[in-house]
Structure formats: C-alpha cells, structure tokens
Ligand binder design. Structure first.
Ligand code: GRF
Length: 207
C-alpha cells in the first residue's frame, strides 16, 4: 500500500532544478508526494540548499569516507529507509548506483535523462545529440536498473533541435520538458497507475 502523500527521497549532485520542479509541483498540488530527504554526494550542491529552503531534510554524504560503492550506497539506503522512502528520485545524481541499491529499490527508483533514450546515454547527452546532428532531442523519465540510463521508460517528450542551437540553448529547451515530465511521472507512480511489464511501462487511466 502506498501512502498518501507518497514519501520521496531525492538523490542529487548539483544544481537541483529538477528537485525544485518536484518541490514546486508538490506545493502547487500537482504531485501527491512529500520529499522526506535530499541526499547529495557533493557538500556544495545547490540542491541541498534548495532542500533546506523548502524545509526538507538535506544530507551530505562524502563518498571518500566509505571503502567502496556498496558501502556508500548502504549508507544512503540507511537514510532512505530511516525516513520510510517509497520512491527514490535521481535528479542530476552523478554517481552510478550499486547493484545492491538497485535491487533493494527495484522498480522504485526513477531518473530523468536529457535525451530520448535509448539514444545518447551517459554524460553530455545534449552535446552527443548536437554532434550526431539529430533534428529531434528530448527528455526521458525512466526506472533505474543496473545499467546506465537503460531502465524501462516511463515518459518522454521531444523538442526540436534548431540550426543555431548551442549545447546551452538545447539543454535549456530540454530542461523545461524535464521539469514538466518528472513531477508528472511521480504523480502517476503515486497514483499507482504505472504498470511495468518487462521493458514496457503502461499508464493506466486515472479515476
Ligand atoms: C538534468 O539535465 C538531468 O536530466 C541530468 O542532469 C541534469 C540535472 O539538472 N540527469 P538539475 O541538477 O536537476 O538542475
């Protein structure tokens, strides 16, 4: 049984604009969830400050203080479990999750990626798109599996690539879609409307 509002834990390494979009959507009543904790591997991540501003618990964990990735992720899991997290949202989280963490929250971890997966996985997706010369780019929200940006796709939105685009202008156009899609995907999850069958995620009709 999912609680209402759904309890979220957000992992973020940087700017935190997707975290902000989630917080804003919750405030506006567009996303029946509550961010219980934000964890960052970077002490100076603006995402932590955004969390504090919103009155949300903000935790920095230094990966260098742990012997390996499973140990670091174990510490993250302890924090997430401690607040009763139901859904983990990666929002600009720059570390690959250990297989243990993925297994622990199987089908309960979402990520947002600035490309139309399966194209342009990994880092600098917008640069990859420009270098490849695609005419359409976009954003993807997907469940996280053991691979990098390989999990089942929940929602996607496309944007045009313009002739005079730079990495920055394309990233900004994509980011606006990320900010729309991510709270929407969380809402669908919270409402129990996402059905995962292998790689395919279908959205059940709402009440
Ligand atoms: C976003 O483009 C997201 O798709 C990618 O990293 C960026 C994070 O931005 N995974 P922000 O920290 O949410 O502002």
């Amino acid at each position: 049984m999912r609680s209402s509002p759904l309890v979220l834990g957000v992992l973020a390494s940087g700017r935190g604009s997707n975290l902000q979009a989630i917080l804003d959507a919750i405030d506006a009543g567009r996303c029946p969830a509550r961010v219980a904790v934000v964890v960052s591997d970077r002490k100076d991540a603006p995402a932590l400050e955004r969390a504090r501003q919103a009155g949300t618990r903000a935790v920095h964990l230094d990966p260098r203080a742990y012997p390996d990735r499973p140990a670091f992720d174990g510490a993250i899991a302890t924090i997430l479990d401690g607040v009763g997290v139901e859904l983990v949202c990666l929002a600009g989280y720059m570390r690959v999750l250990s297989a243990e963490l993925v297994r622990r929250y199987r089908s309960r971890i979402l990520n947002v990626h600035p490309a139309l997966l399966p194209a342009f996985r990994g880092l600098d997706a917008q640069r990859q798109a420009l270098q490849h010369g695609v005419k359409v780019a976009g954003a993807t929200v997907h469940f996280v599996d053991e691979g990098v940006d390989t999990g089942p796709i929940v929602l996607q939105a496309a944007v045009p690539v313009l002739d005079d685009d730079t990495e920055a202008t394309l990233a900004a156009r994509i980011l606006a879609e990320e900010h729309r899609l991510y709270p929407e995907a969380i809402r669908l999850y919270a409402e129990g409307r996402l059905e995962v069958a292998g790689r395919r995620v279908s959205v059940r009709a709402g009440a």
